[in-house]
Design a protein around this ligand. Structure first.
Ligand SMILES: Nc1ncnc2c1ncn2[C@@H]1O[C@H](COP(=O)(O)OP(=O)(O)OP(=O)(O)O)[C@@H](O)[C@H]1O
Ligand SMILES: [Mg+2]
Length: 266
């Protein structure tokens, strides 16, 4: 379990109106989950993303990120943990306009205090990974929408975050550019990244592994995590853990996949 929200609400008082943008929502996100979030306009999807990504503070409830209670973190603590653990991709890309792709991508490293030569090396690597090796020194205005979103994805990935949030990442793109962005997200999922993505499009939602639907600030459907809910690794003197997540070999017992198959040696 990488992220846990317990009875989280976000309420706004607008004059006499109490707006329950998010209402008593609980959810667990497991490592490696690829979640799509759908629901009508105004149902609380973006609010949920902002709270889950520790950008906004909830009105009530608790948030745990990697078992750390981050609910009442102050601004500075939030900024720090977001820089270390969270990648965020916006519908409108949110790149700095007069800044090259490489400098946009390196920005989180500047905040993290990484030295300049390392910044350039890592930003180049990650822009190459999203297919922009030839576009390192172009500003957003010199790039297509799909290319700008790839820069934004590279920026979200640069600090190797534990979890990536995306709020309608294909919402401003034509279908071909949208497909390219979804291929990148699917590949990141295959690499084991945890992704939580809001979308309005059913076919895009189906590319994720787990579907959640919001209505009136509440989760009304959750297809459930395909990843193990309880990550129990039993370690004894005789146990050798080959791969932290998948394979446990013990003198007597061989667990091929922690969820599905246990073969007992005679
Ligand atoms: N800062 C705010 N002040 C008051 N009400 C807000 C605020 N932010 C959001 N809301 C309200 O909270 C509700 C949920 O908004 P949210 O942006 O989370 O919806 P959404 O599901 O992302 O919608 P969309 O699909 O249109 O992006 C809406 O009724 C919205 O008007
Ligand atoms: Mg929204």
């Amino acid at each position: 379990m990488i992220l846990k929200l317990i009875n989280v609400s976000k309420h706004y008082q607008l004059g006499n109106n109490l707006i329950k943008a998010l209402n008593n929502t609980s959810v667990e996100v497991n490592e490696g989950d690829f979640i799509s979030i759908m629901g009508p306009s105004g149902s609380g999807k973006s609010t949920f993303l902002q709270i889950a990504s520790i950008l906004a503070e909830p009105t009530s409830g608790q948030i745990f990120l990697k078992d750390k209670d981050v609910t009442s973190y102050n601004e500075v603590e939030r900024a720090k943990i977001r820089n270390q653990e969270i990648g965020f991709i916006f519908q409108q890309f949110n790149l700095l306009a007069r800044t090259s792709a490489i400098d946009n991508v390196a920005l989180p490293l500047v905040y993290a205090g990484v030295k300049n030569s390392q910044q350039i090396k890592r930003a180049t690597e990650i822009l190459t990974k999203v297919g922009l090796a030839e576009r390192l020194y172009n500003t957003p205005a010199q790039l297509s929408g799909g290319q700008q979103q790839r820069v934004a994805i590279a920026r979200a990935l640069i600090n190797n975050p534990s979890i990536i949030f995306a709020d309608e990442p294909t919402g401003n793109l034509d279908s071909k550019s949208g497909d390219e962005i979804m291929k990148i997200l699917q590949n990141l999922h295959k690499e084991g990244k945890t992704i939580v993505m809001v979308t309005h499009e059913e076919d895009i939602a189906q590319l994720a592994e787990r579907q959640i639907v919001f209505k009136d600030g509440e989760i009304v459907f959750d297809s459930g995590s395909k990843k193990s809910q309880t990550k129990k690794i039993i370690k004894t003197k005789n146990t050798k853990i080959i791969n932290k997540n998948t394979k446990i070999i013990n003198k007597n017992t061989k667990i091929i996949n922690k969820n599905t198959k246990i073969i007992k040696k005679k």
